[in-house]
Design a binder for this molecule. Structure first.
Ligand code: IMP
Ligand code: MG
Length: 179
């Protein structure tokens, strides 16, 4: 399908499911090589990374643990602003090799905040693997260690990415059409 409608917007096909599968396999190969003997803990950032993580992790063949984390959507009062809290992390990170799996690094603010928080838990090594990186949109110091695709600053849906909650289930990645 070359075009999809998600809610009130049209999106054009950008990366086919096959192209994504191939690239995710390449990333898995690279990670398998780098993580040999390291017993990594993968932290999957919900919701967006669920599909990327499922495909990637099926091809990881080093012993590893997998856990799921998320910033809850609780919002404080107007005066306290947004106070999202990291939830889901039960494992100790101390002296572990930790790899965060993310769908997309856009401004990088989410990942820079997460990394600050994770570093206080004293992991031995901390890496970031993202399906998509938008270097032009970056507003922080985040530098992903593993990148599926470098893309321009366009709004995307599919393969875990949503537009107002919809479109995450699409197996390909689509970009917003200008109206
Ligand atoms: P950040 O700007 O790097 O902090 O990105 C935060 C989050 O915004 C990502 O984890 C995604 O959930 C979401 N996001 C960023 N770019 C897109 C996009 O193109 N489509 C859908 N969601 C996006
Ligand atoms: Mg996300």
């Amino acid at each position: 399908m070359k075009t999809v409608q998600v809610k009130d917007r049209s999106f054009a096909l950008l990366l086919t499911a096959e192209r994504i599968r191939k690239r995710v396999s390449e990333l898995a190969l690279e990670i398998n090589k780098d993580m040999e003997g390291k017993n990594p803990l993968f932290l999957v950032m919900l919701n967006g990374a669920f599909m990327f993580a499922a495909d990637l992790l099926k091809e990881i063949n080093v012993p590893c643990e997998i856990s799921f984390i998320k910033y809850d959507s609780y919002r404080g009062t107007k005066s306290s602003g947004r106070l999202n809290k990291l939830i889901g992390l039960k494992e100790s990170l101390r002296n572990r090799c930790v790899i965060v799996l993310e769908d997309v690094v856009d401004s990088g603010l989410t990942m820079s905040r997460l990394f600050e928080e994770l570093k206080t838990k004293k992991p031995a090594e901390l890496y970031l693997a993202t399906c998509i990186f938008k270097p032009e949109a970056l507003k922080s110091e985040v530098k992903p260690d593993y990148v599926g695709f470098n893309l321009p600053d366009v709004f995307l849906v599919g393969y875990g990415l949503d537009y107002e909650g919809y479109g995450r289930n699409l197996e390909a990645i689509y970009e917003l059409k200008s109206r």
